[in-house]
Design a protein around this ligand. Structure first.
Ligand SMILES: NC(=O)c1ccc[n+]([C@@H]2O[C@H](COP(=O)([O-])OP(=O)(O)OC[C@H]3O[C@@H](n4cnc5c(N)ncnc54)[C@H](O)[C@@H]3O)[C@@H](O)[C@H]2O)c1
Length: 249
């Protein structure tokens, strides 16, 4: 009962940025990767890139903030490939605003995508992972914002902190099935999400990061790949910051 590198991985938000690197990185190890994204055309592009380099992948539409859409995507994936062994909850969304300038519609959107979305996707796929009896891995992409807070990202920080608590409690429930649950917390990472942030913010961040550069999506992928691997079978409920030393506490 252990995870294998030729099994199915599901990656949400695999059409761009960190999720795209994770999908490519897991496929390079021999896994089949189901790439789920609200921008289905981008998910298909990532899948095409994997297939062109000899890997196995398929893109699917999902809006993780919509439970019906999550169930439809789960059913489509499982009908074709069976239950997954690795689930990477990566899809997320953010916009930088002062908290006092945000509205309840904005909070609902932030929480719907960044907290309830991963919960919905995990709920949809987990029972199949348990029933398959092969063990498995849940890897949630939180954020350093969820560990230490980030100004301009107050509600997002709350959602990402929620993901850390969710990951830990889930870890306690599912390790008996040989399924681990861990969190990777990226620091500032060079992706389309961060490119929308004000330039003076990214310049200041680069100056504050001991490694003197933003993370590349592949830096985050390497941590995810470890938590997804057979090598991490006794590690669960953990939160790993990948931030070039920006946060150490
Ligand atoms: N970039 C950073 O600096 C940074 C830092 C910390 C944490 N993160 C987290 O890393 C993860 C990936 O971020 P990124 O920077 O690659 O973002 P990105 O915007 O570059 O890519 C996110 C992907 O998720 C998809 N997505 C968005 N909403 C969705 C939804 N409702 N349903 C399905 N798919 C959806 C998008 O279409 C996109 O393909 C997110 O959870 C983000 O919060 C990013």
């Amino acid at each position: 009962m252990t995870v294998t590198l030729d099994s199915l991985a599901v990656v949400t938000g695999g059409g761009a940025g960190i999720g795209r690197a994770i999908a490519i990185g897991l496929a390079a190890q021999g896994r089949t990767v189901a790439i789920l994204d609200v921008r289905a055309e981008l998910a298909r592009d990532t899948a095409q890139e994997i297939i062109a380099s000899g890997g196995k992948a398929e893109g699917f539409y999902v809006d993780i903030a919509d439970m019906d859409s999550v169930i439809a995507a789960r059913d489509a994936v499982v009908a074709k490939y069976g239950p997954c062994q690795v689930l990477v909850n990566n899809a997320g969304w953010e916009e930088i605003h002062r908290f006092t300038e945000t509205s309840s519609d904005f909070w609902q959107k932030i929480l719907g995508i960044n907290l309830l979305g991963p919960i919905a996707v995990t709920h949809a796929f987990l029972q199949g992972m348990i029933d398959a009896g092969h063990g498995g891995r849940v890897v949630n992409i939180s954020s350093d914002a969820g560990r230490v807070g980030s100004s301009g990202e107050v509600v997002y920080s709350g959602a990402k902190g929620g993901i850390i608590g969710f990951t830990k409690a889930l870890a306690r429930e599912i390790i008996r099935f040989d399924i681990t649950s861990n969190c990777v917390c990226p620091g500032p990472t060079d992706t389309p999400l961060l490119r929308d942030a004000p330039e003076k913010l990214t310049t200041a961040l680069k100056g504050a990061i001991p490694a003197r550069r933003l993370a590349q999506p592949e830096d985050i992928m390497n941590a995810v790949r470890f938590f997804a691997s057979p090598d991490s079978s006794y590690i669960t409920g953990q939160t790993l910051s990948v931030s070039g030393g920006l946060t150490m506490a």
